[in-house]
Design a protein around this ligand. Sequence first.
Ligand SMILES: Nc1ncnc2c1ncn2[C@H]1C[C@H](O)[C@@H](COP(=O)(O)OP(=O)(O)OP(=O)(O)O)O1
Ligand SMILES: [Mg+2]
Length: 137
Amino acid sequence: MVVKAAGLVIYRKLAGKIEFLLLQASYPPYHWTPPKGHVDPGEDEWQAAIRETKEEANLNKEQLTIHEDCHETLYYEAKGKPKSVKYWLALLNNPDDVTLSHEHQNWKWCEVEDAIKIADYAEMAQLFRKFYKYLNA
Ligand SMILES: Nc1ncnc2c1ncn2[C@H]1C[C@H](O)[C@@H](COP(=O)(O)OP(=O)(O)OP(=O)(O)O)O1
Ligand SMILES: [Mg+2]
């Protein structure tokens, strides 16, 4: 059984530059990902993505413009189980402050190459490239 998760790849535009939001886990391996988490029973991936973004970064749907047509699903193994994570791209309308839940210890706004470095996983790198291309198309 695949463990399903979902999230939002949030970006902002600051001084003409696109920056992506990454959150650092407060537990090993202290990895950096966009806000995301498990799909709860009775929820679909879209609902989970929005709920997790609120819980993890304190950002509401109203503060975001979600690009419903720009999404990607990653598949990898986490804690010995296959996991899927569906991400949609979302603009943070105003570059407001982000506040964190206890699950994270730090956050960072990163330009695309920095986001790719810090996220550190090959599929995540591809996802950032694809979403960045979408924004520059
Ligand atoms: N894109 C990825 N590819 C491969 N491994 C990853 C990727 N992202 C994270 N991992 C690793 C880091 C951890 O060792 C493990 C679980 O991380 P992650 O999927 O972020 O779940 P999580 O349990 O920390 O949080 P969440 O509840 O938000 O899904 O998988
Ligand atoms: Mg999470």
